[in-house]
Design a protein around this ligand. Structure first.
Ligand SMILES: [Zn+2]
Length: 326
């Protein structure tokens, strides 16, 4: 897997929030076309981090369905990636229907639907849409998706619903306005959605936003079953004070505990921003996987290293926040 630096990870998530304040005068390096290698995408985020200004073409790239489209791919026997280049959406099959994680942003919902179809999933199969946090790139598609999913119920933490609805409302006066559905099912940490022979356990992981949640569930590969996590977001971009960073560190530690769990460790990370962990390159490895070879997504070592890096970065950020008296 490509292992991006911590600054990559932080700046990656920062983009989502700062799109609305993109600086029109920012210098453009190379226009982004299609879905380039993860390291190239993350290098562009470094530009953004260094200048503090969003390169306009990067902002356009994120929003442009033509640039963002990628074919769906099978990650596990019961899991398809159905998202776009920048943001993930995961479809998990169960015995009683499909659970979809996150909705993408509204301009990409057409591709999401096409990818579900290519993965053999009809819209009426989807019974739950579980959402990670209230940023537009993860839940901005809910309004468009909801009337198309006759059997689905939408799930998020209370703080997640609140921040989504509030952020959507705040976007109304901006060129990038989006809308959010009213809350449906509200979950809290420790809740378990038992459905179709799988269990989706909710882990509250505040830090990126206060409402950020992660979900733990089982994925299947041949005769093996593995514990996977979708981490809602670990960018520090929306941090307001040291308290939030402390919550972030506690969230990282909570996930680390799961990775170190003796009996049922989490060994698979199904990330919500593919370039942050080189997921598209992993996809290419899976595509040429031979019979008997392990699934490269089962990789607790990389997940542990990633979490350790996140923690180091958060400690540095905590110092900055405390020095600033925030
Ligand atoms: Zn976010």
């Amino acid at each position: 897997m490509v292992r991006p630096s911590l600054s990559h990870i932080i700046s990656a998530c920062a983009l989502a929030v700062l799109l609305v304040t993109a600086h029109p005068g920012a210098l453009v390096a190379q226009p982004m076309e299609g879905c380039p290698p993860s390291k190239d995408i993350m290098a562009r985020f470094d530009d953004f981090l260094n200048t503090g200004k969003m390169p306009p073409d990067l902002g356009r790239w994120i929003m442009d369905p033509r640039m963002q489209y990628i074919e769906p791919w099978k990650a596990f026997d019961n899991v398809y990636f159905v998202g776009v280049c920048w943001v993930s959406a995961w479809a998990i099959r169960t015995d009683d229907g499909v659970v979809l994680i996150d909705t993408l942003h509204e301009p990409h919902v057409g591709h999401l639907i096409a990818n579900l179809g290519k993965a053999g999933i009809t819209l009426s199969d989807i019974k739950y849409v579980i959402m990670t946090h209230g940023h537009f790139d993860h839940v901005g598609g809910a309004s468009k998706l909801k009337p198309l999913l006759p059997n689905a119920r939408f799930v998020m933490t209370k703080a997640g619903w609140d921040e989504a609805i509030e952020t959507a409302r705040a976007s109304e006066a901006t060129p990038r306005r989006w809308s959010m559905i009213a809350s449906e099912i509200t979950v809290k940490g420790g809740d378990a959605i038992r459905f179709g022979g799988n269990t989706f356990t909710v882990l509250e992981t505040p830090g990126h936003t206060l409402g950020t949640a992660s979900y733990v569930f089982d994925v299947k590969d041949g005769i093996g079953t593995y514990r996977a996590i979708t981490i809602g977001g670990f960018g520090l971009n929306a941090v307001k004070d040291s308290k939030q960073v402390e919550a972030y560190i506690a969230s990282v530690d909570r996930v680390r505990t799961l990775v170190k769990h003796a009996a049922q460790p989490v060994t698979v990370h199904l990330a919500m921003h593919p370039p942050t962990i080189g997921l598209m390159e992993t996809r290419e490895k899976l595509a040429v996987r031979k019979a008997g070879e392990p699934n490269v997504l089962i990789n607790p070592e990389d997940l542990s290293k990633w979490l350790a890096e996140l923690r180091v970065g958060a400690e540095q950020r905590l110092e900055i926040e405390r020095k600033a008296g925030r």
